[in-house]
Write a protein that binds this ligand. Structure first.
Ligand code: HAM
Length: 455
């Protein structure tokens, strides 16, 4: 009998029904199987190495937060908050009088953590990075999942363009280290609370006469968030948006200077970018610089690998002190799929390197000692003290893709020797037991060099 920890009161659980069901992963989610893991591992290793090398510290925040954090932070009228949040039903919610939601993105939660942990009193700027699952109830399609992985950076406490640059450069650097070549940054500035309202008035004036020609979503956006009309994906709206006034012409002089200096840094470090006045991003917290990174061929920006920007008002909006901030997030699922499409080679995992095969009681005892020594010397070794015959044990070692077998029979055990078998070449040699570690290390080093060249 199954014991379930929690079932809602009206759940009709019947063993009969359960036995006929064939369960599938929820819509928009998927399993990541062992064959794909080297890509994920390589991304994760490159992320950690690059960002720690740039002085960033890793942060982990909960996968769910008070829904209010996302509503306020991302914006109550955004698609993410209106249509895409997984709101949690849990008995605790009623008692605590809060509603929780699975995080659709990480920035708002990191800002909550920045405030709650008093990071504004730490030496500034605070440079953080993260990696983890996010959840959005979107219509699943290629590169768009309901559970997906983001990795990102958030820098708090520096309003200079240096941090805008550092954020863009770190994203660029990670992708370059991964082996991406034809990358492009799309950049824009959406100004500050002083200059943006004036631009929005201009924009509304422009769209007013054309409102009937806009899609229904954009007609709704006209009142609530006319900036979003600029990045509507409908062709008819895009045609109209192309002729709209450009925000860069309406920036106040501090905002213009900030953006100009950011671009100068990018020029200096040879980060390739295009300016796109229609790039406004789908989250309300942005001010000043906004950007996305994509491959040069992705003209329609259908497969954006990552995006971000400045958000100088968000810490204050969530109850903290006035703090400038800037950040970005990668869509890791998209990066992995693009790595495969671009045929980027990743380091192979080491897997089983050596199997110990033995015959007889005395050999079993010796094998245990050899197993301990090999493990202590960081050699990946597999050993089952079975009573199977030698042929069966060799077959098992081949199935595990082991490179070498250390074979010990009664004779070898008595003479303090081992047989070292190269499983690919099917050749073997006898060595004194005391030489086994040195001999294996030498041989494994050689074959690891070979696989490095294959990267
Ligand atoms: P975002 O543009 O909503 O920004 O998401 C960042 C990246 O996450 C996207 O460029 C995309 O690669 C990936 N992504 C988004 N939704 C999905 C999905 N349903 N399936 C697969 N991948 C997806 C943010 O989330 C901001 N928090 C970025 C940021 C950090 N801004 C400042 N700091």
């Amino acid at each position: 009998m199954l014991e379930l920890l929690y079932l809602p009161g009206d759940y009709n659980f019947s063993g009969d029904i359960m036995s006929k069901l064939s369960f599938q992963a929820p819509r928009g989610t998927r399993d990541i199987l062992p064959n794909d893991q080297p890509y994920w591992q390589y991304f994760y290793d490159t992320l950690n190495k690059t960002l720690q090398g740039l002085g960033m510290g890793k942060i982990e925040t909960p996968h769910f937060e008070n829904l209010e954090i996302f509503a306020r932070g991302i914006g109550t009228d955004t698609d993410i908050v209106q249509k895409e949040m997984f709101v949690l039903e849990s008995p605790d919610n009623k008692e605590e009088n809060v509603r929780y939601a699975l995080r659709p993105e990480a920035t708002a939660g990191v800002v909550r953590a920045y405030i709650q942990n008093g990071m504004s009193s730490w030496p500034s700027p605070i440079r953080l990075y993260y990696y983890g699952s996010m959840y959005r109830k979107e219509r699943p399609q290629k590169g768009r999942y309901r559970e997906f992985t983001q990795a990102g950076v958030e820098i708090f406490g520096d309003e200079s363009p240096q941090s805008d640059y550092l954020v863009i450069m770190s994203a660029w650097e990670i992708l370059t280290r991964l082996g991406f070549k034809d990358l492009k940054v799309i950049a824009n500035s959406i100004g500050c609370p002083l200059c943006r309202p004036k631009y929005i008035n201009k924009l509304k004036k422009y769209f007013k006469e054309k409102i009937g020609k806009l899609c229904q979503d954009c007609q709704n956006r006209y009142e609530k968030n006319p900036l979003r009309i600029l990045d509507c994906k409908q062709e008819s709206c895009q045609k109209i948006a192309k002729e709209a006034p450009i925000i860069l012409d309406s920036l106040c002089s501090p905002c213009r200077k900030h953006f100009q200096e950011t671009l100068e840094y990018l020029d200096y470090f040879d980060v390739k970018y295009d300016l796109d006045p229609t790039l406004v991003r789908g989250l309300d917290y942005y001010t000043n610089t906004v950007f996305e990174i994509t491959s040069k061929d992705d003209k329609a920006r259908q497969n954006v690998l990552g995006g971000g920007g400045r958000y100088n008002g968000l810490v204050e909006l969530l109850g903290g002190p006035k703090t400038p901030a800037v950040g970005f997030s990668f869509g890791v699922d998209r990066i992995i799929s693009q790595m495969k499409e671009n045929k980027i080679k990743v380091p192979r995992t080491r897997g089983v390197e050596v199997c110990i095969l033995q015959l007889g009681e005395k050999a079993k005892n010796v094998s245990k000692n050899i197993y301990d020594k090999l493990s202590q010397n960081d050699i990946n070794v597999y050993f089952i003290p079975s009573n199977d015959g030698l042929r069966q044990q060799i077959r098992m070692a081949s199935k595990l893709n082991a490179k070498y077998a250390v074979i010990i029979g009664q004779r070898e055990a008595m003479k303090d020797e081992i047989i070292l078998r190269d499983l690919d070449a099917s050749s073997q040699e006898v060595f004194p037991t005391k030489n086994v570690i040195d001999e294996l290390k030498k041989r494994l080093e050689k074959c690891n060099c070979k696989s490095d060249k294959n990267k």
